[in-house]
Design a protein around this ligand. Structure first.
Ligand code: PAP
Length: 344
């Protein structure tokens, strides 16, 4: 079993002004930009302005840098590990649930055991923790021995910043990306939750400008996607590249593809008895977002669990952005993805 409740975060969590010794010089040497969130997250009493730092070509909130470095230095991948990788707001919560349900399906195959399914009582982020945004934030070198094999973990790290052991071992990476316009709008909604009431929403053009300059958590978005797209083309057995829109359009096909990739293909009997459909029902937006465990309460980080469930739709950007704003993102993406064979 995965550990169900990680220990509470230490007092340095989300603090911009607390740096470990090994990061002290690093922080001050990196270029910075103001984060989308003008103050720290709501659970913190000491509000400090949040800064994004450019580290190894990608923008990270500075409070996570200690953890990124600790993860890079200490995480030892096992060949059986499965890592879900996403850029923020690409459908992480959904895929965490699906991968968890896929891997554990044998344990919850009959109607009695289905009633005890961990997804009914635990948030996907508790079942499939992030490396740098959870485990290595809590502890510089966490003890991961409690995780049963295969370990199912998640990260927002770009391919080039993954711990060396992840790239060198035979572990598998599932990379999920999403149309950048919907990703941007999802991100904009999410970050508005952290803004103090008196500041109001982040003006959309301001957020758009940052996104199109690549200044967002783990951005530039295009470089994040391109890193994994290339890795997947070169090593299809190691990196599976999936789009949120494909998942929405044909979830059964994609779930079977995920199961095959993880080396756990559905048996004929499972295909006949509706196992695929059962997993999709369990992990659907409607089901997960209606569960009490996801409607109330917070993650150990202080983030409200319900913030991870907004609409879960494709194309919602049109309800917030003008056609010109959409073209602005399209233009940047076309230029940056040119020649890669990748399109959104
Ligand atoms: P994270 O990367 O910060 O963990 P992530 O889960 O990727 O967050 O972002 C939440 C998005 O996934 C939300 O998208 P929206 O703002 O466009 O609505 C959320 O609604 C969507 N989401 C969450 N659960 C599901 C689900 N079961 N099916 C489809 N989309 C989902």
């Amino acid at each position: 079993m995965q550990p169900s409740q990680p220990p509470p975060l230490n007092e340095n969590y989300l603090r911009d002004d607390v740096k470990s010794q090994e990061c002290e010089d690093l922080h001050s040497s990196l270029p910075s930009e103001e984060d989308w969130v003008p103050t720290s997250l709501p659970s913190e009493e000491d509000c400090v302005p949040s800064t994004l730092r450019l580290y190894q070509g990608f923008w990270f909130p500075s409070w996570v840098l200690n953890s990124v470095v600790a993860c890079q230095n200490h995480f030892q991948a096992h060949p059986s590990d499965i890592l879900l990788v996403t850029s923020p707001k690409c459908g992480t919560t959904w895929l965490k649930a699906i991968l968890f349900a896929l891997l554990n399906r044998a344990k919850y195959s009959d109607s009695n055991s289905q009633k005890r399914h961990p997804l009914l009582t635990q948030n996907p982020h508790d079942l499939v923790p992030f490396l740098e945004f959870r485990l290595y934030l809590q502890n510089k070198n966490p003890d991961l021995t409690a995780f049963a094999s295969p370990r199912l973990l998640a990260t927002h790290l770009p391919y080039s910043s993954l711990p060396r052991s992840v790239r060198d071992s035979n572990c598998k990476l599932v990379y999920l990306c999403r149309n950048p316009k919907d990703t941007f709008i999802s991100m904009w909604h999410y970050f508005n939750k952290f803004r103090p009431e008196e500041k109001g929403q982040l003006p959309l053009p301001e957020g758009l400008d940052k996104f199109c300059r690549g200044v967002n958590w783990c951005g530039p978005y295009w470089d994040h996607v391109l890193g994994y797209h290339k890795a997947s083309s070169e090593m299809p057995e190691k990196v599976l590249f999936v789009k949120y829109e494909e998942m929405k359009a044909d979830p059964s096909v994609q779930v079977r593809r995920l199961a095959d990739f993880m080396g756990r293909p559905f048996s004929e009997e499972e295909l006949r008895n509706g196992t695929v459909e059962g997993i999709l029902r369990m992990c659907s937006f409607d089901n997960l977002s209606a569960l009490e465990v996801n409607r109330s309460g917070k993650l150990p980080s202080g983030l409200e669990k319900k913030w991870f469930f907004r609409k879960g739709e494709v194309g919602d950007w049109v309800n917030y952005m003008s056609a010109e704003m959409g073209e602005q993102i399209d233009g940047v993406m076309e230029e940056k993805l040119h020649g890669s064979g990748l399109k959104f």
